[in-house]
Design a protein around this ligand. Structure first.
Ligand code: G4P
Length: 200
């Protein structure tokens, strides 16, 4: 997605060979027009899949997920990372291990908002090791809903998440795939490389 790639080129800051800071439009300040276009792109890629619900995880997944929900005209549910005062009963939970933080946390969704006739599109801001998406897929499976696919804003292709999820048979659509952050430079995967990988 050219608009997103341009934005990362202009405003992304490489913090280390593994971490890209995009606080100016995704993780802290949010660019509503870009989010609107991101939502539209997800809606186009998953049109005709019969999506009835979008599932994401707080906090940075919410903005792109809401915009995708707007374009697909379906509700958006976000998994909570912390216990809520009001969300206490009938929760579906999954444990998510963060390699970055080296700790597991429990995420939860009320069973009221995911049912066996839902067809779910999982959306998240970053795909690194894939643990958040796996946790969301576990919650979806426990609710007996179907997973139509996973939409990611920025995939770090040099980490294991993409292969892990695609290896498990999930359809993963990433709007920007970063191949490397070495030497402070953001290198994107070219569409032709993706094609070669699919042919191989
Ligand atoms: P995983 O889910 O793919 O396994 O990722 P991991 O545990 O490594 O990531 C933990 C947190 O760090 C997640 O956000 C994830 O989105 C974010 N993250 C991972 N790599 C990058 C990166 O290169 N740049 C940025 N900006 N974020 C990254 P979180 O802690 O849940 O934060 P938030 O959603 O509340 O903002």
């Amino acid at each position: 997605m050219e608009l997103l790639i341009e934005k990362i080129r202009k405003e992304g800051v490489v913090l280390s060979p593994a971490v890209l800071k995009v606080d100016s439009f995704l993780n802290h300040q949010i660019d509503p027009y870009l989010m609107h276009e991101i939502g539209k792109e997800f809606a186009e890629r998953f049109s005709g899949c019969g999506i009835t619900k979008i599932l994401t995880i707080e906090s940075s997944g919410i903005a792109p997920a809401v915009m995708a929900g707007l374009h697909l005209n379906v509700p958006v549910v976000f998994a909570r990372k912390r216990k809520s005062l009001t969300l206490i009963n009938d929760l579906i939970t999954a444990s998510v291990y963060s390699f970055t933080k080296e700790e597991s946390s429990e995420i939860s969704v009320s069973e009221k908002y995911l049912t066996d006739d839902d067809k779910v599109l999982i959306i998240d801001d970053f795909l690194a090791n894939g643990q958040a998406a796996l946790g969301l897929s576990e919650i979806t499976s426990k609710s007996h809903a179907t997973i139509a696919g996973i939409g990611i804003v920025i995939e770090k292709g040099f980490q294991g998440g993409g292969s892990l999820l695609r290896g498990q048979g999930f359809r993963v659509e990433s709007l920007a795939v970063i191949n490397s952050l070495e030497n402070g430079i953001v290198s994107f995967e070219k569409p032709s490389e993706k094609l070669e990988e699919l042919i191989r």
